[in-house]
Design a protein around this ligand. Structure first.
Ligand SMILES: Cc1cc2nc3c(=O)[nH]c(=O)nc-3n(C[C@H](O)[C@H](O)[C@H](O)COP(=O)(O)O)c2cc1C
Length: 190
């Protein structure tokens, strides 16, 4: 099995719990991972504090990069990170990526992943969408990115907020190519 090099960007959209559940899942999948680089926007940290009531992102044993650190390996295509997950992805970050405005590490890393024809998964979050948002999602899709909205499903009968968030995160992990146990329609008994 070829181990993955993954970038996870967390931005200031609502839904920090998605990032938390993804961090927890990645720890469980460490056998499939060569390296994980995390970058959080300033608003991501504020929203995490507001929504989850803590700063526990500091406790995860991943390599964190400053949002302005263009010396991070994945600021260049030569580092060959294969997948970037933006979770949750704000409309601001989506717009910067769609327009190629690589003015921070998140938008630059996404730019690199797209130009190198690797996998970009953007877990966009807002509601409703304006035509600007929809056009930006179209541009990113046409450039090869995957828009995977933070739209939970309920047919697995999730009981907690984290279980609800996992219905999105598990789809993201499938898209990223991880082997994982998760609820699969008509395959799991409840
Ligand atoms: C509590 C809170 C919730 C927010 N939720 C969203 C959201 O769901 N979607 C969104 O696009 N922006 C949301 N925002 C606004 C973004 O944080 C803001 O546009 C920010 O500039 C995005 O920058 P970033 O992508 O660099 O984090 C929210 C802000 C706060 C404080």
């Amino acid at each position: 099995m070829i181990k993955k090099k993954v970038i996870v960007a967390v931005t200031g959209a609502s839904g920090s719990v998605y990032a938390k559940v993804l961090f927890d899942q990645l720890l469980k999948l460490k056998d499939q991972i060569e390296s994980v680089g995390i970058v959080m926007s300033d608003n991501a940290k504020e929203v995490w504090q507001f929504e989850l009531g803590n700063q526990n992102f500091n406790d995860y044993n991943f390599k964190f990069y400053n949002k302005n650190d263009f010396n991070a390996p994945f600021a260049s295509g030569s580092a060959k990170y294969d997948t970037m997950i933006i979770i949750p992805c704000s409309m601001g970050t989506l717009g910067r990526i769609a327009q190629g405005i690589s003015n921070d590490l998140i938008s630059r890393a996404a730019d690199v992943v797209l130009k190198e024809r690797r996998k970009l998964i953007a877990v966009v979050r807002d509601t409703p969408f304006s035509l600007i948002h929809i056009n930006n999602m179209k541009v990113v899709t046409e450039a090869g990115g995957i828009i995977c909205p933070a739209n939970p499903s309920y047919y697995s009968l999730p009981k907690t907020i984290e279980e609800v968030a996992a219905t999105v995160v598990n789809r993201v992990l499938d898209l990223a190519g991880f082997e994982q146990e998760s609820y699969r329609w008509q395959e799991n008994s409840l």
